[in-house]
Design a protein around this ligand. Sequence first.
Ligand SMILES: NC(=O)c1ccc[n+]([C@@H]2O[C@H](COP(=O)([O-])OP(=O)(O)OC[C@H]3O[C@@H](n4cnc5c(N)ncnc54)[C@H](OP(=O)(O)O)[C@@H]3O)[C@@H](O)[C@H]2O)c1
Length: 228
Amino acid sequence: MRPLVFVNVAASVDGRITDWSRKQIRISCEEDMKRVDSLRAESDAVLVGIGTVLSDNPSLTIKSSELREIRTKAGKSPNPLRIVLDSKARTPLNAKVLSKDAKTLIVVSEAAEEERVEELRRRVEVAVLGKEKVDLNLLMKYLWKRGIERLMVEGGGKVISSFLREGLVDYLYVYIGGVVFGEGVSLAEGRIFPHAKLELLDVRKLGKGVLSEWKVLKVEEACNEQQS
Ligand SMILES: NC(=O)c1ccc[n+]([C@@H]2O[C@H](COP(=O)([O-])OP(=O)(O)OC[C@H]3O[C@@H](n4cnc5c(N)ncnc54)[C@H](OP(=O)(O)O)[C@@H]3O)[C@@H](O)[C@H]2O)c1
């Protein structure tokens, strides 16, 4: 058993989630930001890679006080658990994900320096899962045991690629904003083979861009599609 996993990401028309500066660039619109806030509110945990923490320093909390209140009334914590994939324990001690606004799990691997791991452990929960990189299959088991049933993966490109490669994504939501970068980090960074196959569930205009919702096909489903 593992949590339901969905990826949510905003991309340019040429499929990039940021440009060559690797800085956070606003691709989505106000309406989309509200949708993303609702998705976070419906999740038990939100996850990013250390690349995103180092370049964007996101807080990964729910912006709307109403949504936080709804969660609290339902007996949940105001914010979902924040998870960072950080094999070498590089999360800066002043990173916003370590703030007291929400609980945080930093997932490191055996490659992390013990001293750094201890520094992080004094502040938040730390799990050691994997030899070099974080082992995503072990992580799924860990999260399931910890009661995480809905996991929102917010990026960046390398993390999305790894989740797709391991066959661990159920749904992919892509907001395409009206911009072309020509160069930058792509939605999925790194080879995925067998290719991830998707089925379009819905597409609609949102603000000045377009939101597409995809189901990620299981290997068997993708094979059947090819044969028919
Ligand atoms: N438009 C959007 O919606 C959006 C959303 C999020 C991010 N972004 C952008 O994405 C960029 C960052 O993307 P990125 O690809 O450079 O970094 P990333 O995917 O955020 O983080 C990748 C890093 O995570 C660590 N990691 C640990 N275990 C891993 C595993 N099993 N699989 C993959 N990574 C693992 C690795 O570093 P270690 O080896 O050191 O652990 C890896 O280099 C930023 O520029 C940010 O602005 C855009």
